[in-house]
Design a protein. Structure first.
Length: 378
């Protein structure tokens, strides 16, 4: 992580953005002095779970917590705060990465629980990426851990997905653990946050905001809901002086969302000019963004969560859901990280020329469909 990204990382609850509900729940624990011993932070990558876990740890360990504008705030100066801020974890906060954890690591936590009162006032264990804990024996030890009387031991479990994949784990989590869900922020929320960072970085407005505004929006669109990714990309723009959209696309494999959407519309229509237009776009960005966009369409269609705005902007996709499924299945089998561009183009060409029957394409009707009327009425 670059120096700018490091300096922009939130160190207090006030600085955690796009997670008002989660922050409100956590802050309420400290205001009422009723912090649960086991905390489960769940949400997509880059939404602020790990950063918030560090802030919770500081609030638990810091001896000089203050209330600023109704929000509990660590001092950031004491030895415990600095130990966590520097990610040293040499004092009473311990960090375990789920993907690297084994049974013995969790057994050490169990031993520490038995002796912690002798060693310190509070002991904290942060288990990050808990969804990556591979074997059942490791999860079994974690289950036993959750059933301990913890007193002044606090365990913060961080996961991108629900790890309660067996009945015992599910019961333990529901009965002993306080869950906090981190929502994936919208493109607009991320763009607003990056714009705030831009104003702090360039208070004298030396960078043309009209031009750079397109860069900020494109960063937000390509972040896939990850604030961390957006901040890192903004950092790269500042370091490498990337202030225009053309330069951004050249350096960072980005594509314009509008153009990508237009390309997928051509693919649905089996318009052969798609191949010529694809030559002008970054194929990696096209595939990467397409996976997210088309999956969102499929999920909304399946769950009847198509709102009026979605239908207005993506009507062609919803009217041709079978084609969307076929294209999504097509691009899911293309690995954009080890991409053979010529092979990818051939895959698209083969799709376009096979059963090329434009009569099957359903135009978007002006009136709202019966399904949408039912969804909106609900």
């Amino acid at each position: 992580m670059n120096m700018l990204s490091q300096s922009l990382r939130p160190n207090t609850l006030q600085e955690v953005k796009c997670q008002d509900t989660a922050v409100g729940i956590i802050n309420n624990w400290f205001i009422k002095q009723s912090v649960p011993n086991i905390i489960f932070l769940n949400g997509d990558s880059g939404t602020g779970k790990s950063t918030t876990a560090y802030i919770i740890s500081m609030l638990l360990q810091c001896k000089n917590v203050s209330i600023k504008d109704g929000i509990a705030t660590p001092c950031l100066e004491c030895s415990h705060c600095k130990d966590i801020l520097t990610r040293s974890f040499q004092l009473d906060t311990h960090f375990i990465k789920g993907g690297e954890a084994n049974k013995n690591d969790l057994m050490e936590i169990s031993d520490s629980i038995k002796t912690q009162s002798i060693l310190s006032d509070r002991t904290i264990f942060i288990i990050d990426e808990s969804q990556s804990m591979g074997n059942n024996s490791t999860k079994g030890v974690l289950l036993n851990l959750l059933e301990n009387d913890l007193d002044d031991v606090f365990i913060i479990i961080i996961s991108m997905e629900d790890i309660s994949n067996n009945l015992k784990m599910k019961k333990a989590l529901n009965s002993r653990v306080q869950k906090v869900k981190f929502k994936t922020p919208s493109t607009n929320q991320i763009a607003e946050y990056i714009f705030d960072l831009y104003e702090k970085h360039d208070p004298e407005a030396k960078i043309d905001i009209e031009t750079f505004g397109e860069v900020i929006l494109t960063i937000a669109e390509n972040s896939e809901g990850s604030i961390r990714q957006a901040v890192q990309d903004f950092d790269t723009c500042m370091v490498q002086e990337i202030y225009t959209l053309d330069r951004l696309k050249e350096v960072m494999d980005y594509s314009s969302t509008k153009k990508v959407k237009e390309l997928y519309e051509k693919l649905i229509k089996k318009d052969i000019s798609f191949l010529t237009d694809l030559e002008k776009e970054n194929i990696i960005g096209f595939i990467k963004y397409g996976k997210k966009m088309l999956m969102d369409v499929l999920i909304r269609d399946k769950t009847n969560t198509i709102d009026e705005y979605q239908y207005k902007t993506n009507g062609l996709f919803y009217k041709n859901i079978k084609s969307v499924f076929d294209i999504c299945n097509l691009i899911m089998n293309i690995n954009e990280y080890s991409l053979d561009e010529e092979k990818a183009k051939f895959i698209f060409y083969n799709y376009l020329v096979s059963t090329n029957d434009n009569n099957n394409i359903k135009p978007v009707e002006k009136e709202v469909t019966t399904k949408l009327k039912r969804v909106i009425k609900k």
